[in-house]
Structure formats: C-alpha cells, structure tokens
Design a protein around this ligand. Structure first.
Ligand code: 6R9
Length: 655
C-alpha cells in the first residue's frame, strides 16, 4: 500500500498563503488554540454571531449519543438571521443575489427585496395551512424563487426537502412519500443546455401515481413558478401559480422564534443500499457551522466580496454555501441557472468577469472538464478578480489542483480543498487560506473545533504515514440529527462500527502523511484488493490524469480469477492526442506509465478509451456501472445518471 500512496505523497509542492492574503484573512491561527482550549466555549462564541431571540445557556448535550443537541434551550429564526437582521443593520440595499438565467436574462435581488419576497411567500404558505414541522418539497431550477422558497419554509418553522430538478418523477414521488410533504413548490420548467427542461410534468406524474397507491396522498397543493413558459396541465384546487398569490401577499411577516433543535431540512442522499436516506438537519447548530465555515474557509468579506458556489441547491453544497452560509453572513453571491458550457464553453468565465467574482467554489469534475476543453476557451476572459478558490465533492488530483491554481487562480489564489458530507452539514476538513501552507491533493487539517482521526478496523489511531478509515471523534454543531423516520439505520450506518469509542464512521478511506495531514482516498467501498494489495481507485486515477494525454479517468476493481480483483481503467483522452496517435498505442503507454508512477501492481489489466464517463447529477462518477461493464455484466440501474445514454455509448466502445 505505502509504495502506491507514495505517488500522491511525493507531491511535495507547498504553497504558503500570499502575504497580503494572510495579513487580512478572516480565519486566523488563534482559532485553533482557542478551539482546543475549550471546544464548547469556542462553538458557543461562533453561535453568538447569530441573532438569538432567546439566548442559549447550554452548548452541547451529548448525554444520549449519538443523538446530539446543540444550544438546545436557545431559540432563533433561521430566515431572520439570513435576511431581516441585515436589513435592520442598514444593509438592505446590498445585493444578495446576482442572478443570471441560462439564456442571459438577469436579476439583481437586494437583501431588502429578498426579505420582502420571503415574507410574502411565508404568508402564502401559512395561508395554505403550512406551519411548524410540516414538510415542503421544493423542486425548482436555480432561480431566485428557489432561495426565497427555502427561506420562507425556514421562516415559518417548517421543514424543506429540496429535490434536485434533474431527478425523475419516481425519485420525487419516493421523497415526497418518505417525508410526507404537504406542499410541493415547483416551476413549469427551467433552462438547461439551451432548452426548457420541464419540471411540472414530473410533479404531475409523481402525484398522479397516488390513485393506485396504498398510502394516502399527503400533498394538498402545488405552488408553481412560471419560468420556462412551457405548457403545463393544471389541476384545479390543487395547483396555484406563484405569480397569482405571492406578489399580492403582504410583505409584513414577523419572524417567530423556534427552538435551536427545530428541524430545518431533510436532504436525501444515496447510501450503500438502494433506498436513499433522508438526512435530517436542525436549525441553530447547522446555521452556526455553515456561517462560520463560510467566513473562515471561504474568507468571506460581505462588504466587498462576490462569492460564487456553483452547486445546485438540490445538493448539500447548495444548501450550506448558496442558501444558508453566505446569506447568514450578508454576502453578495452569483446564482446561475444553467450548465457550465451553455451556450458556449466559457460561460462560467464570462460570468466571473462580468460580476467580478472574487471567490469561486466548485467541484474537481468541473475543473477537469475545463482542462479537457483547454485554456484557449478562457483566454478571452479576465479572471483577475478571483482571490480564492475552493474545491468540494471528491479528491482533487494534484494535476487538476495545479491547473485550477495556475489557469483560474492566476498562480496566486489559494485553493481550499474542503472535505465534508451531506451528513456533516458543513465543511469539516480544510485549510484556512490565510494560515495553512497548501499541499495540492490533500484536504489537510480539521477546521478549528472539529475532531478528526484516521483509524484501523479496531478504531486505533494509525499514526502518521499510514492509511485507514476516516472518523470524526467529537460531535459537531452541524452534524446530522438522524435519518428521517429511521433512527436504527442512523445508528447502524454511522455509529455502530466504532461504538465503543463513540466515533462517527464517515465511509471514506484516508491516510495521514508525515506531517499528520489528511489525504482522502475515496470511499472505502472503492478500495480494491489486487493480489492482496490494497489499491485506491483515486490513487490510480490520479496517476492516469497526470499523463499528458489524459483528460479524465475512472478506475474500478473488477473480479479476476487469479488476482482477486484487477485494475480496470476507463480513460478519456485529450483530442489533440487522439488525432496524433492510435488509441491502442496510447492505452499501452498509459499502462506502462501507471506502472512507473505507482508500481507494477497498479498497472491496469485493461484500459478502455472512452468518450464519456457515467456521472450522477452532482458529478460523481458511478464506478458501480463501470464495474458492471468491466465484469461483462448487464449494466445495472442507471436512473441516477445525469445522462442515461452514456452507458450504452461506453458499452459499445468497450466491445
Ligand atoms: C459535500 C459533499 C460526500 C462524499 C464524501 C467523500 C466525497 C467530498 C471531498 C470528498 C475528497 C474532498 N468528498 N468532498 N473527497 N476530498 N474535498 O460532496 O457531500 O454529496 O454527501 O458527498 O464526497 O467521499 O464522503 P456528499
């Protein structure tokens, strides 16, 4: 194992924070010492940055693990914290959302305007009988109404369940059922890749299936934003146009206080079984950590920064770093409806220049696809406003890190590689950009106030230089409070494995380098065992991508009679190389290259040159499907893919 990982760990480039950045950074080194002196006092201090209608006196109640309560005797209103208090402090004219639709239409929404809109929506929902604890499903494109809907739900103490607009009617149905939603907020459609992608028909289809179900329909109303202009069917008494009720509603609505542990949202995420888990988050602790990490990791200065987190609100990243974190901090942010390459490959860079984005937070998969397109596409844009970059969602291989740093960050902007999960609610492991010397490819250190370790199967710390399982050793404010309706699964999935020690099992493999910095190695279910050697898919992917001919790579372990598992790689090559060489020749070169980079044991048995990789809508590669191809099976369930046709293309290319 160690020789393979050495390839990554031999990455010895270090990037100290630029002096002027360090001098002005929001997150400073003393945060670490303060947090380690007294964790509870540290988090209480962060929580007090919020407005509490009723101040808390208790910080953490961990008397009934793993069921934590944070700030439990305090009361607050999440929407008031994200909106009204900024207006009351005199920042009503500050732009909250710099919105742009895919076709190029624009809206700028100030804090005063967003506050008024949220109050109207809150009044509309209360008029429909929605109140504290009721569940509301949100199935919307990336438009300002989506943010307003989430905050309005929060304002009245109800619970939102945002379902990504790319999910099917079936997925929507099962999420509505599991949460027992009473209201669905949707749009006729939204723009994606140059055309209107309908949403309302999926809601209609999901709800029509009710008649032949044993369960009773819980949905009473569907509130519909007009966005796509596509024709929609209408169910009288159930469906309501947003524009018929929201503009007419009163912009007066007093924010009521709710207990810190009032549920804020449910967000479904996939687990190891087929049934998605409804991850439950509550109010005070969640908002505390989302806002804190956005301040110290993203170094937000609300008066001058333009923040852009490119995630869809259908994912946790969109919840914490589009909806809640930046708004709690009173920041100005870009909100973009469409895809990165529509109508042209440099659409994002056009937006960065146009709005003067200073902080960009995105995923490695996006970075790699821009690498594939090449620098020429962005040469015409001025990206000099960018002063900080962030990465989230999967390990960022050193080559992508360097490209991001040099091409997007102008060789100077620090990159924060942030490790966290739907379950953790907010960033857990990351550099502080004004403090930490960066190592490309490593997420590095727990943020102040967070306990992280890498342990062996028995829960024992592995020591520097060794690999193992990533665990969280202490409860944290934005931790999930459970799986909706399934407390047993919650205990079993995350807490059973290291029960004696009370550790949270994250499901990720990791390694500590000689400095004790954390390197994420992918999900433990992606770890391969080849001839008794443990190999990480990430490790080999990283080596493949380090070759000049490779644009993107995915590696799986396929069953093999002699070696147990064999390494099988799916590689997308850069077009310029494909033009000049034969695919067979390049595949052979790559095999040898991986052997040189990592060691002969890691040399892929098969390398397939393909034109696409199967990705979920949040950009994660579905290795399970590639394993099906590699093992010559029929390809399994592809419904969660962003593009379901991809697998037939790949199967044909492999054959
Ligand atoms: C925020 C988010 C969580 C899983 C997580 C891990 C992977 C996320 C990462 C990372 C390496 C990073 N992951 N960030 N791996 N480095 N910086 O993505 O949440 O969709 O729940 O995924 O993503 O494997 O366990 P979620």
């Amino acid at each position: 194992m160690s020789s393979q990982i050495d390839h990554l760990l031999n990455e010895d480039r270090r990037f100290a924070p630029p002096a002027d950045f360090a001098a002005n950074a929001v997150g400073t080194a003393d945060l670490y010492s303060r947090a380690s002196e007294d964790r509870d006092a540290f988090w209480a201090e962060q929580a007090r940055q919020l407005h509490w209608h009723r101040p808390f006196t208790e910080v953490l109640d961990w008397t009934n693990p793993p069921f934590a309560q944070w700030f439990a005797d305090g009361a607050l209103n999440v929407a008031y914290n994200c909106l009204d208090r900024h207006v009351e402090a005199g920042y009503g004219d500050r732009v909250a959302l710099l919105w742009e639709g895919e076709p190029g239409d624009q809206r700028q929404v100030t804090y005063a305007e967003l506050t008024a809109e949220v109050k109207r929506v809150a009044n509309v929902m209360e008029g429909l009988g929605i109140g504290q604890g009721d569940r509301v499903a949100i199935y919307l494109p990336m438009i300002p109404e989506a943010i307003a809907a989430m905050l309005a739900v929060a304002r009245i103490g109800a619970v939102h369940s945002v379902v990504f607009g790319g999910f099917s009617a079936d997925s929507l149905r099962s999420r509505i059922d599991d949460a027992g939603a009473r209201l669905v907020i949707t749009a006729d459609g939204g723009y994606r890749k140059g055309k209107v992608s309908p949403l309302k028909p999926a809601v209609d289809q999901a709800l029509a299936a009710a008649s032949n179900r044993s369960e009773q329909e819980t949905v009473e109303h569907v509130l519909v934003v007009k966005r796509g202009g596509n024709r929609v069917k209408w169910v009288e008494d159930r469906d309501i146009w947003w524009h018929d009720v929201v503009p007419q509603a009163s912009p007066e609505h007093e924010a009521q206080a709710f207990p810190a542990e009032n549920p804020l949202f449910i967000l479904y995420t996939s687990g190891t079984t087929g049934k998605p888990k409804g991850i439950l988050h509550t109010s005070g602790g969640y908002l505390t950590q989302a806002a804190f990490t956005n301040r110290v990791v993203h170094d937000i200065r609300p008066e001058s920064d333009v923040f852009w987190c490119t995630a869809d609100i259908g994912w946790i990243t969109g919840h914490s770093y589009v909806a809640y974190g930046p708004l709690a901090n009173g920041a100005t942010q870009v909100l973009y409806e469409g895809t990165p390459d529509s109508p042209h490959p440099a659409r994002w860079w056009e937006l960065v220049e146009k709005y003067g984005v200073t902080i960009l937070y995105t995923a490695p998969t996006a970075i790699r696809s821009f690498m594939k397109t090449g620098r020429s596409a962005l040469e015409n844009y001025d990206l000099s406003s960018i002063r900080l970059l962030g990465s989230v969602g999967e390990p960022i291989n050193p080559e992508a890190w360097m490209w991001y740093h040099d091409v997007i960050g102008g060789h100077v902007a620090p990159i924060v590689d942030t490790w966290w999960q739907t379950e953790t609610g907010a960033i857990m492991i990351s550099a502080l950009p004004g403090v930490t010397a960066l190592k490309p490819g490593s997420a590095q250190v727990p943020i102040p106030g967070i306990g992280v370790d890498v342990v062996d199967e028995s829960g024992e710390h592995v020591g520097n230089g060794n690999g193992g399982l990533l665990v969280l050793t202490e409860p944290w404010p934005s931790m999930l409070r459970g799986i909706w309706g399934d407390p047993e699964r919650f205990v079993e999935t995350y807490w059973e494995k290291f029960r004696d020690r009370g550790y949270y099992f994250a499901g990720d493999g990791a390694r500590l380098d000689d400095d004790g910095d954390v390197w994420l190695l992918g999900r433990v279910d992606d770890v391969m065992n080849v001839s008794g050697h443990r190999l990480s898919t990430t490790e080999i992917e990283s080596a493949l991508v380090a070759h000049e001919a490779t644009a993107e790579a995915a590696v799986v372990g396929a069953a093999d009679e002699t070696t147990g598992q064999a390494v099988v790689a799916f590689v997308i090559l850069k077009e310029s190389f494909l033009r000049a060489h034969s695919p067979e020749g390049l595949a052979q070169q790559l095999r040898l290259w991986v052997g040189e980079q990592i060691g002969p044991i890691a040399r892929p048995r098969d390398i397939y040159i393909v034109s696409e990789l199967p990705k979920t809508r949040s950009g994660k590669i579905m290795r399970r499907l590639l394993r099906d191809v590699a093992e010559g099976r029929d390809v399994g369930d592809t419904t969660t893919l962003a593009d379901t046709a991809v697998m037939s293309v790949i199967s044909a290319q492999v054959r």
